[in-house]
Design a protein around this ligand. Structure first.
Ligand code: IMP
Length: 189
């Protein structure tokens, strides 16, 4: 089975390639721009993006919208994660969290999949904490300031290790189970 991954983020592409390879799904990277509307739900961004891409004639693809939700900041940056990363970056988040004890946060990844004229939308989550400083050189975005296990940041994990526990890895597992129950894929191989 082949799926196009539509994103301009090379970090996401490599994570998807490795996560889907475990299910014998071949990932083809396509860079097709689409509007990311500003709304309070990741799922709304994904639905709008999917209809725009379908209107452009694309089929059998996935897109994702992801965000880091910091509990003490009432979910900020959340749906504003891309803007926040571009403007204040990880340093800005660490400043906002200076002297804050409750560092709990959740990464979310909403995947929209167009397949055989069907739409599947799933959201994977990963609970963790914001570190006190950037650590590690792998990954992208907020990876150096987020820890899942309290020991290593995502940026200190390999892609395979991150995929086992991450919001994106969990979203792929949910998607594969939906595709299996619809009879669109056989996960026994
Ligand atoms: P988007 O889904 O590409 O809009 O991502 C929103 C923001 O969250 C961007 O700044 C990404 O770099 C960041 N982001 C998304 N997924 C991850 C991740 O797995 N690790 C770290 N940062 C991420």
């Amino acid at each position: 089975m082949k799926l196009k991954v539509i994103t301009s983020n090379p970090g996401k592409v490599i994570e998807y390639q490795k996560a889907f390879a475990k299910f014998d799904v071949c990932v083809e990277h396509c860079c097709v721009p689409y509007d990311e509307i500003q709304t309070s739900e990741l799922e709304e961004v994904v639905k709008k993006g999917m209809s725009e891409l379908r209107a452009k004639g694309l089929r059998n693809f996935i897109i994702d919208d992801s965000g880091l939700f910091i509990h003490v900041l009432r979910g900020f940056p959340g749906v504003y994660s891309a803007y926040c990363q571009k403007t204040i970056g990880n340093d800005g988040i660490l400043s906002l969290m200076k002297c804050v004890d409750d560092r709990s946060s959740t990464f979310k990844c909403c995947i929209g999949c167009d397949i055989d004229n069907k739409t599947i939308i799933v959201t994977g989550k990963c609970d963790g904490h914001i570190l006190y400083k950037e650590t590690g050189n792998n990954g992208f975005g907020y990876d150096p300031i987020f820890t899942f296990d309290g020991k290593r940041s995502f940026a200190e994990m390999s892609i395979d290790e991150k995929n086992v526990v991450s919001h994106r890895g969990n979203a792929v597992k949910l998607l594969m189970s939906e595709l299996t129950s619809l009879g669109l894929i056989n996960t026994n191989n």
